[in-house]
Design a protein around this ligand. Structure first.
Ligand code: ATP
Ligand code: MG
Length: 425
């Protein structure tokens, strides 16, 4: 974004005019070098937070204790942080104290990876004390300093390491990898919310499978608060991830959980522990629920009619979204991954081929779309409301969705009366 670049340049220039050093720093410099879109531009300066506050009218003291002031310029917000070091990490996750310093190199030294320890001044001169530019060229994630120590200070860095390697398709430097494997147990200190944030970024990137392989190989996920056993995953199924690039990112999570052999309940439990939102959980696990229903009915159904009816009932049960997601995923998975006879595979193939048509043929998807209301049913049968009413409405929905009866008031009335008469008998 050119305008953002210009506005941040104004901030640097303003600081320079007052005799302070100022640089773009971290992710934005790295992303620029990688030719990637830059979403936020962080600034680091020799000016103290108070000096920054005095210099800019429009600013918010967002993290004074860490030396950070958010400066607004032309509608853009920039985090301006005073050169600092960190010391005495608590619980392997956050520094107990920060100390302001005068040398940009000392500030860069506290940063996690060489590619993130880059700064650029307003004239475009790069400060790169740890060889970050070479590592970017060689596509390497490498810790600044000794990996074992750096991961020991802040265990989240291990997940950032894997995330960067995955998103950028970089390799991990040997000592950095060794440090990670050494310190993986410290991941138990990291809040699952932060674990999830890293994983979500990784999974949304262009090479999620690469990240997963690194996590499985290091067994890192076995040490987080809500652990996941690497050995349960079906590696063949995971390759489905390659083909889901154009689809909703949450489908990738469905794919991973399916490959892990999770059923809906297990997946829901794990996603809760991983602090996914309600909405995300519903979307991800819908596919797994659909999978359970379909794999059951293809075992049992003999004929096309039965397959179609069961498909429609499953769509009613799991929702159209889940059904669509299941189909999309199904197309991307290696064929024959399920256990089962040739016969069930044939049936499954039939479902895959015809399901979209079956779904389209459904005249109703929900009770509210029925041409009869609960009120009307009550009047018709002259009975007091109760659980039976919901069951009856569901019955009407199923029958109309399958096409056994028409979604017409008179037809539905007749069906209500028929069922009521049966109940009497
Ligand atoms: P992205 O924004 O794409 O997630 P980033 O590298 O910009 O990646 P931020 O969280 O925005 O990540 O952090 C900005 C910079 O702060 C990083 O580039 C790095 O220099 C430093 N940094 C962030 N987190 C850590 C950490 N846990 N340990 C050390 N330095 C860190
Ligand atoms: Mg960033």
């Amino acid at each position: 974004d050119d305008e953002m670049a210009k506005q941040s340049e104004n901030v640097l220039t303003r600081l320079n005019e007052q005799g302070f050093e100022a640089y773009w720093v971290g992710g934005c410099v790295r992303d620029e070098m990688l030719g990637r879109a830059v979403d936020d531009m962080d600034i680091t300066t020799s000016a103290s937070p108070e000096q920054v506050m005095a210099l800019f009218d429009d600013c918010i003291p967002t993290g004074l204790q860490h030396g950070t002031v958010t400066v607004r310029s032309g509608g853009y917000y920039f985090e301006v942080t005073t050169f600092r070091t960190e010391s005495e990490y608590q619980d392997n996750r956050r520094p107990a104290a920060v100390q302001f310093v005068q040398d940009i190199k000392e500030d860069l030294e506290r940063r996690d990876f060489t590619m993130n320890a880059l700064a650029m001044d307003v004239k475009g001169a790069i400060v790169d004390p740890f060889g970050g530019q070479v590592d970017i060229k060689q596509e390497l994630v490498r810790c600044v300093g000794r990996a074992v120590e750096r991961f020991g200070e802040d265990a989240l860095r291990m997940l950032r390491c894997v995330r960067f390697a995955s998103v950028f398709n970089f390799r991990i430097a040997y000592n950095t990898w060794k440090g990670l494997v050494d310190q993986r147990e410290l991941l138990r200190h990291i809040a699952m919310e932060r674990v999830r944030t890293e994983m979500v970024k990784m999974m949304a990137g262009p090479h999620p499978l690469k990240g997963l392989e690194l996590l499985f190989r290091s067994r890192a996920l076995e040490y987080v608060k809500a652990p996941v056993d690497s050995s349960r995953f079906n590696k063949d199924l995971l390759t489905g991830l390659h083909h889901l690039a154009g689809e909703h990112v949450l489908l990738r999570w469905s794919c991973v959980l399916l490959a892990g052999g999770y059923n809906r309940e297990e997946a829901d439990k794990l996603l809760r522990l991983w602090t996914f939102s309600n909405e995300q959980r519903v979307r991800i696990t819908g596919v797994l629920q659909m999978e359970q229903l379909v794999s059951d009915f293809v075992e049992q159904c003999e004929d096309d009619k039965g397959l179609r009816e069961n498909w429609i009932l499953s769509v009613l049960h799991c929702g159209a979204q889940a059904a669509n997601d299941w189909l999309l995923l199904q197309e991307q998975l290696p064929t024959q991954w399920r256990k089962g006879t040739e016969q069930t595979h044939d049936r499954l193939l039939k479902v895959q081929t015809l399901a979209a048509d079956w779904s389209r043929s459904m005249p109703v998807h929900a009770i509210k779309e029925l041409e009869i209301t609960g009120e009307q049913v009550l009047q018709l049968v002259e009975r007091k409301g109760g659980p039976w009413l919901g069951q009856l409405m569901k019955h009407l929905l199923r029958e109309t969705a399958i096409g056994n009866i028409m979604n017409q008031y008179e037809t539905l009335c007749a069906e209500v009366k028929r069922v009521a008469a049966n109940d009497q008998a």
